[in-house]
Design a protein around this ligand. Structure first.
Ligand code: MTE
Ligand code: MO
Length: 311
């Protein structure tokens, strides 16, 4: 057990706020902008897998730095469905009920209830570094399961070459999706990347179910790549034979490549990647090739170093 957090998350959000406050708040909200507030938001179902956290720590994945305090992690995020600011409020994201469809080139497509999926596969805790292309980094205690387990479960056909991930699309639930960007958010990995040990599906963090700002109820964590590959709030996972178009490749084609591997020697077109700000301490540290995970992943990229937009 790594974290001993208070178990507030087992209760629906209406239950953790004293009734009086809750009623006042709802009146205020209804008065101020009723059309923007989903009325059902306060009746969100409880998380049926909350009992699985904190999960047992998998000691294989060691950090070279302290875990970032939860408070810093929860107040500095990228979640463009809500805002382009770092202070994200994703309270409107409705995370239960939630389904994930696993399909495309598979033996049989399946739509999972999120809690059935989590309970079927089970969860473990892993401490991972996290490096954004904007040159800041954290260290996060994720809980979840290896992506490989889900791939094996899905039984992809041998013709499948890529895994494609898609975030929900709902302009009411996510005001940021009213912007010009190429919604919904899409990301992708090759089959070899997706079945690597490090590729992780996070359903929890800091010893409890993952929070809304972190991309509840299910997001990707690929710590050797820039953070934009780690897609949040996934609703669809498909096996495909062509390299998918991704959100950032469509929104900023000259700046964001498919591989997006952390590399101090390949600058972003507008800034250097040689060093990063460690948000735990606020100080700069040198960027590590593959974010320090070369031992696990370098073999995946043999011969690919000269690809355009390789990072
Ligand atoms: N759906 C979705 N996924 C997303 C993003 C986003 O805006 N929308 N931002 C990405 C970026 S740029 C980063 S750095 C990480 C941030 O994850 P964090 O807020 O948990 O640190 O999520 C990634 N996944
Ligand atoms: Mo990022």
């Amino acid at each position: 057990m790594f974290y001993h957090a208070k178990k507030n998350w087992e209760l629906p959000s209406s239950a953790v706020t004293p009734e009086r406050v809750f009623l006042n708040r709802r009146e205020t909200l209804l008065g101020l902008g009723a059309s923007l507030i989903p009325l059902g938001a306060y009746a969100e179902e409880a998380i049926k897998t909350a009992d699985l956290y904190p999960a047992k720590l998998n000691e294989t994945y060691k950090l070279d730095r302290p875990v970032t305090p939860e408070k810093i992690n929860q107040t500095y995020n990228n979640f463009y469905e809500y805002t382009t600011d770092k202070r994200v409020n994703a309270d409107m994201l409705r995370i239960r009920p939630w389904t994930v469809t696993v399909g495309g080139m598979v033996e049989k497509e399946k739509t999972w209830d999120i809690d059935d999926l989590i309970r079927t596969i089970g969860v473990e805790e892993r401490l991972y570094r996290h490096r954004c292309v904007e040159a800041w980094s954290m260290a996060i205690p994720w809980s979840g399961f290896p992506l490989r387990t889900l791939v094996e479960q899905a039984k992809p056909l041998s013709s499948a070459k890529y895994v494609r991930f898609e975030t929900f699309l709902d302009k009411k639930m996510a005001p940021g999706q009213r912007s010009f960007m190429a919604w919904p958010y899409v990301e992708s990995l090759t089959m070899a990347e997706a079945t690597n040990d490090l590729a992780f599906i996070a359903t929890g963090a800091y010893g409890k179910p993952i929070s809304k700002v972190q991309g509840a109820p299910i997001r990707l964590a690929t710590p050797w790549k820039y953070g934009f590959k780690s897609i949040k709030s996934i609703v669809k996972i498909s096996f495909v034979d062509k390299m998918p178009e991704t959100f950032w490749a469509n929104t900023g084609p000259t700046e964001y490549g498919f591989w997006a591997n952390v590399n101090p020697d390949v600058p972003h077109p507008r800034w250097s990647q040689a060093s990063e700000t460690d948000l735990t301490t606020g100080s700069r540290r040198p960027t590590l090739l593959y974010n320090g995970y070369g031992e696990q992943v370098a073999a995946l990229y043999k011969g690919l170093e000269k690809q355009p937009l390789f990072m």
